[in-house]
Design a protein around this ligand. Structure first.
Ligand SMILES: NC(=O)c1ccc[n+]([C@@H]2O[C@H](COP(=O)([O-])OP(=O)(O)OC[C@H]3O[C@@H](n4cnc5c(N)ncnc54)[C@H](OP(=O)(O)O)[C@@H]3O)[C@@H](O)[C@H]2O)c1
Length: 217
């Protein structure tokens, strides 16, 4: 598949690029094409350093989205609407994945959902007809993804209203050795799932934990 990773120059975008580049065409998106090209080159180098190959190229966010089968939005919540405005003209029937967590930090991390109930539902309202949203990966730490370490299996709660789109994301998750996909129900379940990330970050801060994730026993 062609997978566009918008804001793919950032922390968790790198993790998806490294893990999917062996099986898919990865298109790193950025506000600036040259920044994306530099990131793509560094991801290819990182894979080569581990004896692996990857098909990763860099583009501006809109060009990255053109012809993509799957688009993952790896940008902070406050920039999601701006990025969708830029790519909307090239959206038709892609699957949009949201790992986006709305939160603020003062003394502690706090969940700050939009009026729709979750960012995933907010994003759905911004998209053209025919585009589906799947929410996933909120509780996966970028450090764990980028390490390509398969030894610890984290669980990924995946929710969405379109059965086929959810199956695609479940299969993509299965391709990442350290992850186990779990069907978490309809898109509205994102309200609960997104809210787990501030809890994990507070646990990390208060208990000196590195890259905490969730595993259902
Ligand atoms: N990091 C994690 O461990 C983790 C885990 C689970 C979920 N998430 C979610 O994944 C998303 C990305 O997290 P991250 O930690 O990877 O974020 P990040 O590194 O802080 O930022 C990702 C990218 O966002 C783009 N960006 C920054 N300002 C922007 C603006 N004004 N307009 C448009 N794009 C802008 C940048 O790309 P360009 O400058 O190249 O445009 C940047 O590289 C967030 O919504 C977060 O809640 C993260």
């Amino acid at each position: 598949m062609n997978i566009a990773i918008l804001g793919g120059t950032g922390d968790i975008g790198e993790g998806f690029a490294l893990n999917w580049a062996g099986n898919h065409h990865i298109r790193i998106g950025s506000r600036k094409a040259d920044k994306a090209e530099i990131a793509a080159e560094s991801y290819r180098d990182a894979l080569a350093g581990q004896g692996m190959k990857g098909d990763i190229l860099g583009f501006d966010n809109r060009t990255a989205s053109e012809g993509a089968d799957v688009i993952i939005l790896t940008v902070p919540h406050k920039h999601v609407a701006g990025v969708i405005d830029i790519v909307r003209p090239v959206l038709d029937c892609q699957i949009i994945i949201s790992p986006v967590v709305p939160m603020t930090k003062a003394e502690y991390f706090e969940y700050t959902p939009p009026t729709q109930g979750s960012v995933a539902e907010e994003i759905l309202e911004m998209l053209p007809e025919g585009t589906s949203v799947v929410a996933a990966y909120h509780t996966i730490a970028s450090g764990r993804l980028c390490s390509l370490d398969p030894t610890f299996k984290c669980d990924v709660m995946i929710c969405g209203d379109d059965h086929h789109s959810k199956e695609v994301v479940i299969d993509l998750t299965d391709e990442i050795e350290c992850l186990r996909p779990l069907d978490a129900g309809p898109l509205a379940a994102a309200r609960t799932i997104e809210s787990l990330t501030p809890m994990l970050l507070n646990l990390a801060m208060l208990n000196n934990l590195k890259d905490p994730s969730i595993k259902i026993l």
